[in-house]
Design a protein around this ligand. Structure first.
Ligand code: GTP
Ligand code: MG
Length: 201
């Protein structure tokens, strides 16, 4: 899919104030600093569409971007940031939960996982939560440029093994780098396929 236009629409912390349109939307979620905002910029080919930072906790609101005038990309705050209270360790900010529970036009959540790290409980628990709420998701491994190909392969294999301990099958997954553009075409094609199926239905 070619990105012809990418526009910022609105930021807010209330799911009720998200755009009223029923255009299909795709949300990017994951731990703070995993590279959600950078990936959105890479996918759209717009360097500063979503705000990025080396410091965790940069994205604090639900941010909607309108792509090609017919679907939304959503940049969300990270979970697992120190500000999340201990009692909700396994969850995250309330409004993120509300977003996923209420936003029916959210057709696929992309759960971002740093390809350098071992499987983390918070990500596994979050995917579990998505599963329990019947929310469709894929995995996007990020920062692939930071590893040698062999290490990357080993980490992805380890991750798959950990997933298969709790899931019957590995969800669809993509390996990406916001620096090199790796994975861009695959992710965009995946989105385009869903959009086409929705249009045909
Ligand atoms: P929060 O909004 O704080 O939750 O973070 P985020 O997940 O949106 O991460 P962000 O895109 O702001 O990136 C965090 C840091 O990682 C920045 O310093 C980025 O430059 C860096 N980064 C993100 N993606 C990549 C990547 O693919 N490769 C490399 N080398 N660095 C990356
Ligand atoms: Mg961000």
């Amino acid at each position: 899919m070619k990105i012809k236009s990418a526009e910022f629409v609105i930021s807010n912390s209330k799911v009720d104030q998200c755009p009223k349109s029923s255009l299909p939307e795709y949300a990017f979620i994951g731990r703070s600093n995993v590279g959600k905002s950078s990936l959105i910029n890479m996918l759209t080919g717009r360097k500063a569409l979503a705000k990025t930072s080396a410091k965790p906790g940069k994205t604090q609101l639900i941010n909607h971007f309108l792509i090609n005038k017919n679907w939304h990309l959503v940049d969300l705050p990270g979970y697992g940031y120190a500000q999340v209270s201990k009692s909700t360790k396994k969850v995250f900010q309330k409004f993120i939960t509300a977003y996923f529970e209420k936003r029916k036009q959210m057709v696929c959540a992309f759960v971002l996982i740093d390809s350098r790290h071992k499987p983390q409980a918070i990500d596994m628990e979050f995917m579990q939560w998505l599963g329990e709420h019947a929310i469709p998701f894929c995995i996007i491994f990020t920062k692939a440029d930071k590893l040698k190909p062999k290490e990357l392969e080993k980490n992805i294999n380890n991750y798959q093994a950990a997933m298969l301990e709790v899931w019957e099958e590995m969800p669809e997954f993509f390996i990406t780098s916001a620096s090199s553009g790796m994975g861009k075409d695959d992710v965009l094609e995946y989105i385009e396929n869903i959009n086409q199926q929705l249009r045909a239905s």
